[in-house]
Ligand binder design. Structure first.
Ligand code: MSP
Length: 648
């Protein structure tokens, strides 16, 4: 139990991200969910440890760094700590992590070496020969029988044959205990994932796991066998413990926080967290985490979200356009956490308009505006509640916290929010039922009017407080508008905490309505896939300076330009080259320009090239143009440069 509070500790983690590319909104999904859960637990009074970080080793990173011409460390540093990198993104998204681990941190590397050796010493890691299949993008080894149609069962991509001397972990030894853990406890949720793991992986027979590689070097070296690096998933999974001080002196809170209360992970890495992770902990006689929750995936317009498909939804762009809170809210309001969801821009905008602008935003604006209009800044004369008129709303609000808690404790974010928004809808209806503007016309009804507004303000306080984990800035703004009203956990279960002479503060709309059509067009324009890379022409061999000096490049002005008869390619130019005698050059660029658009332009020509006959006409020189892929542009220079000027 924590000394500071009565609730105890709560240790929650996100998967640590591969910094092999920039993160997209699908990555932010899990981290926003984890942050919301961490904030919820803090609100309840738990002593929370929220860990996130980056998983920086492996062949994929080594390959990408090489392609980028930098060291793997430079490569990951840029994506993790560089501008608009992982850490910047979490800051932007208001992610309140308590600790950030990088698997390249010294203390972690040294701890992984000790852990590997311990399992070697206890006989659970042994040396053998690895023969099988390897999926490079997933960094996963597979046996023939595990492949799906000959491809990686996780990502569906091609796998490679692999054979090498390697260390193995005796995963098979733990098959029975792991099966029991999954089948007979609540270790893994949602429950549907248990069946998936047991029937796809455990029951067909768990084989020992290859846990070292020799074909690349970017990993934690096996300290007693040079040339071997530790399999990236051992390195990665133990982050959850090294970040608390397991096998290192950097941190000292393992006893306090371990075992983890929950690991939130995406569905494709449930296998690692529900089979390999507990088996390794069993091998070292360590306590198992209490729960692994495998959430669903977000697709984008029905397709897998990935940068390579050019359909990435950039969290920076979305947060900038809609606000961080709206984005956080949307992710958890729209998709049930345990299932897959389909992200579309339209859904995002509609959710903001309906839930946030209309329902929540209007409730707050209308209520505060009426309170100020009829009473000034300070509410007064609040009479007792009217049983018949007020009980339906008050009862619903008084019990909201319990209903919300029941959902949140099951990680059912969508339903937790659903409870709040049912109350918000009820409160908007209550305004219409009680028509404060009618009450305001009769001085004798002022105390009743005050009660109606009080009930609404109190509803807003409780809803705002319960929204804090989802939308921290919005909740703070609501609190400000209610004169700094209480929003602590206990107060959220009590209707009537707000002072009857509450001072309200007016402000702009919390969520302005978005013009759906206009916004969709703007987003579509931004979200177009990047232009494919154009091939570079092959470089020519080096030349001597003297050779370069032999070429006369002269500024020329176009006097006339016309198509050459019977030629689809050629344009005929008459040029002023400064000599007083017009120069004729034929150029094969008819496909790119209309003759009339070139008259008067200032170009560059090679003027000492031997004349050449083309389509029966002499061409004296060559116009310089620039070409990449199938694009071509004439080199045009500043019109103020006189004809005849030489390029030097
Ligand atoms: N490095 C491993 C995790 C090691 S944990 C000990 C990894 N990294 S990852 O960057 O590829 O993925 C991080 C998380 O993002 C995973 O939980 C993954 O499921 C999640 N997501 C990646 N794309 C996603 C969506 N499109 N939708 C939802 N979650 C997604 O795996």
């Amino acid at each position: 139990m924590c000394e500071k509070c009565s609730k105890g500790k709560f240790y929650i983690t996100t998967p640590i991200y591969y910094p092999s590319a920039r993160l997209h909104i699908g990555h932010a999904y899990c981290t926003v969910a984890t942050d919301t859960m961490a904030r919820y637990k803090r609100l309840q009074g738990y002593d929370v440890m929220f860990l996130t970080g980056t998983d920086e080793h492996g062949q994929k990173i080594e390959d990408k760094a090489e392609a980028a011409g930098v060291t793997p460390q430079q490569f990951v540093d840029e994506i993790v700590t560089g501008p608009k990198g992982v850490q910047d993104l979490w800051k932007l998204m208001n992610i309140s992590y308590d600790r950030f681990i990088r698997t390249t941190d010294d203390y972690h590397v040294a701890a992984i070496q000790k852990i590997f050796r311990k399992m070697y010493d206890n006989g659970d890691i042994y040396k053998g020969t690895y023969k099988g299949k390897y999926c490079k993008p997933c960094e996963s080894f597979w046996t023939e029988s595990q492949l799906k149609d000959g491809k990686c069962p996780d990502c569906g991509r091609e796998v490679q044959d692999a054979e090498e001397e390697a260390y193995f972990f005796r995963l098979s030894k733990y098959a029975g205990r792991v099966r029991d853990l999954l089948m007979n406890t609540d270790y893994l949720e949602p429950r549907s994932r248990v069946n998936e793991m047991v029937s796809n992986f455990i029951d067909p027979g768990l084989e020992d796991l290859c846990v070292s590689r020799t074909s690349f070097t970017w990993g934690v070296p096996v300290d007693f066998d040079p040339g071997h690096v530790v399999y990236v998933w051992i390195d990665a999974l133990f982050n959850y413990m090294t970040a608390l001080g397991f096998e290192n002196d950097r941190y000292h809170d393992l006893d306090k926080y371990w075992p983890a209360d929950v690991h939130f992970v995406g569905k494709e890495i449930v296998r690692f967290h529900s089979i390999i992770w507990p088996a390794m902990l069993m091998s070292l006689n360590l306590p198992l985490p209490k729960k692994v929750y495998g959430h669903g995936w977000l697709n984008f317009n029905g397709e897998k979200m990935s940068k390579s498909r050019g359909n990435v939804v950039d969290p920076y762009i979305l947060a900038e356009r809609f606000g961080v809170d709206a984005l956080r809210f949307f992710l958890l309001r729209t998709f049930p956490f345990g299932s897959d969801g389909n992200f579309t821009n339209e859904l995002l905008i509609n959710t903001i308009n309906v839930d946030l602008a209309n329902d929540l935003g209007n409730l707050v604006s209308r209520t505060v505006a009426m309170a100020q209009k009829y009473f000034g800044e300070k509410l007064s004369d609040v009479q007792e509640a009217d049983e018949a008129l007020d009980a339906p709303l008050i009862d619903m609000v008084s019990t909201l916290r319990d209903r919300y808690e029941a959902q949140m404790d099951k990680f059912a974010f969508q339903n937790g929010l659903g409870e709040i928004f049912k109350v918000i809808a009820r409160a908007n209806k209550y305004i219409d039922e009680n028509a404060p503007w009618v009450l305001a016309k009769d001085e004798a009804k002022k105390p009743r009017l005050a009660r109606v507004l009080y009930n609404l303000l109190e509803t807003i306080r409780i809803c705002g407080g319960l929204l804090t984990p989802f939308m921290p800035d919005t909740a703070a703004e609501i609190q400000k508008r209610l004169g700094g009203a209480a929003m602590d956990w206990d107060s959220l279960a009590q209707f009537g905490v707000l002072a009857r002479d509450v001072v309200t503060v007016a402000g702009p709309a919390l969520f302005p309505r978005i013009d759906v059509e206009k916004e969709l067009q703007a987003l579509e324009a931004m979200n177009k896939p990047a232009e494919p890379e154009l091939p570079l022409a092959e470089a020519k061999p080096e030349i001597a300076f003297d050779d370069f000096e032999k070429v006369d490049m002269t500024v020329v002005k176009v006097l006339t330009c016309e198509n050459v008869k019977k030629s689809e390619k050629l344009l005929k130019f008459t040029l002023d080259d400064g000599t007083g005698t017009p120069r004729i050059i034929l150029s094969g660029i008819a496909k790119y320009y209309k003759p009339e658009e070139l008259v008067g332009k200032t170009l560059v020509a090679v003027t000492n090239l031997a004349p050449r006959k083309m389509m029966g006409q002499m061409s004296c020189g060559m116009l310089l143009s620039a070409e990449r892929g199938d694009q071509l542009k004439l080199v045009m220079v500043d019109d103020s440069i006189p004809a005849g000027a030489r390029l030097v």
